[in-house]
Design a protein around this ligand. Structure first.
Ligand SMILES: CNCc1ccc(Oc2cccnc2)o1
Length: 424
């Protein structure tokens, strides 16, 4: 039996492949063409099985079974232990990739991503927001008057939905919009990556600006879970729940100007950026992806080295920076003024705009001028609203979509978290 065991181990390991035979002809089989070496003879080419995981104990175990010998207990345990070790060594495997679609074809007001919730899956389009940490959806608990075209999540139609009894939530965003409701847990899938028992916060009430956004069915908070508003027990974000199953504890944002980009989870796609990714530290205390930019330049002007503490916020459309930087920028724009009527810097839509560059350590990210001529103040107006605005009334600097779509951004949830920026 010893020799047989040895032979079984060697061949079973898939380490050996038959030498390629001299081919005379081929005959068709359901495994493709098989070379024929004359009447009644055939030669089969072995190929490596990429999924084969060598397990010596299992090879020996199979030999015992092959000869009808009861394998001893120690061998059965050895097989199980080796399999477990192989799985651990292989690392985690979960990754996901999903589209980030502008909600409006003309202006990048926000981006939505298709997700599946529950059993059978209900598909909603949600705004992935690194500036907040609640995952909430338009739901069957909303009054019809507050729904205008949104797709709602109906927990009653999901066999895997479970009410989180006596839990509620209520949130207000920087732009004054708000929502509140109750909480279920259910299966939640983004781009093929599933989290079971994800907290899905169901809206019982939304503010008018959400009702008016008919293409946004809710938000997926990707900030730090410390910001989650569920009481009495706060809930984890999708990212925090998914991280332990991921190859790498990361997600990346590749947002695009007036076109569809992607959010990737668990891996960094080298094809999505050029040059290198520059990582800088993140201060997680505020609960946002807070980092320090190393300065800025207006158009082709000199780079001004100055620390700008701000947050990377995929859920905010524009960039909000200190007034001094805004003055330096808009002084270069013919006819630009800070308008009380429109609540920010406006300029004639045909004005020539400089680009805007910001520093990430020694690296530089340039926002093209086309991203900064954001939108007419009202439909058809010849006065345009700027993509760069003042942060003085917010008390926080925000690198929103106008900046993010100029880069490939890595939100690295390691210990400690960091944020990476690359050109693309
Ligand atoms: C535009 N108001 C409604 C609305 C759509 C998406 C969001 O969410 C936001 C708003 C501001 C900052 N972060 C997330 O609000």
């Amino acid at each position: 039996i010893k020799e047989l065991i040895l032979l079984t181990i060697i061949v079973g390991s898939g380490l050996v492949s038959a030498l390629p035979p001299t081919k005379i002809g081929t005959t068709k089989t359901n495994h493709g063409d098989v070379p024929v070496l004359g009447k009644g003879r055939a030669s089969l080419q072995q190929v490596r099985n990429p999924h084969y995981r060598f397990n010596g104990a299992r090879a020996i175990y199979r030999t015992y079974l092959k000869y009808g010998v009861q394998p001893p207990d120690y061998l059965i345990e050895a097989v199980a232990k080796t399999d477990a070790l192989n799985t651990a060594a292989e690392g985690k495997r979960d990754t996901g990739s999903a589209a980030a679609i502008p909600v409006n074809p003309n202006y990048d007001i926000a981006y939505v991503t298709p997700v599946s919730i529950g059993t059978p899956p209900q598909t909603l389009h949600l705004d992935f927001d690194t500036g907040s940490s609640d995952l909430w959806v338009f739901s069957s608990h909303l009054p019809a008057s507050q729904i205008r075209g949104q797709t709602i999540y109906v927990p009653a139609n999901s066999s895997t939905a479970k009410l989180l009894a006596d839990h509620t939530w209520s949130i207000t965003y920087g732009d004054g919009s708000a929502s509140r409701g109750n909480v279920y847990v259910d299966n939640f899938t983004v781009g093929g990556l599933t989290v079971e028992n994800q907290a899905v916060q169901c809206a019982l009430q939304v503010s008018t600006s959400f009702t008016r956004e008919s293409n946004i069915d809710g938000l997926v908070g990707l900030g730090f879970s410390t910001l989650n508003t569920v009481v009495p027990k706060s809930q984890l974000t999708f990212f925090d729940n998914a991280k332990p199953h991921m190859d790498e504890p990361v997600f990346t944002a590749d947002l695009k100007w007036k076109s569809e980009g992607t959010y990737d989870f668990g891996f960094i796609d080298e094809k999505k950026y050029t040059g290198k990714i520059t990582y800088v530290p993140v201060n997680t205390s505020p609960g946002y992806w807070t980092f320090t930019s190393s300065g800025y330049a207006v158009g082709s002007g000199n780079f001004s080295a100055t620390s700008i503490v701000g947050i990377a916020d995929t859920g905010t459309s524009l960039v909000y920076l200190p007034p001094s930087i805004l003055t330096a920028y808009y002084r270069q724009v013919e006819g630009a003024t800070s308008s009380r009527t429109y609540g920010g810097y406006v300029f004639p839509c045909n004005s020539k705009l400089p680009s805007f560059t910001f520093g990430i350590g020694e690296a530089r990210i340039t926002i093209p001028s086309s991203y900064i001529s954001y939108a007419p103040v009202t439909a058809g107006s010849s006065t345009c609203f700027g993509g760069l605005q003042s942060s003085s009334s917010l008390g926080i600097n925000i690198w929103g979509d106008v900046a993010l779509k100029a880069a490939f951004v890595v939100f690295h949830g390691g210990n400690p978290p960091t944020i990476g920026w690359a050109k693309k």
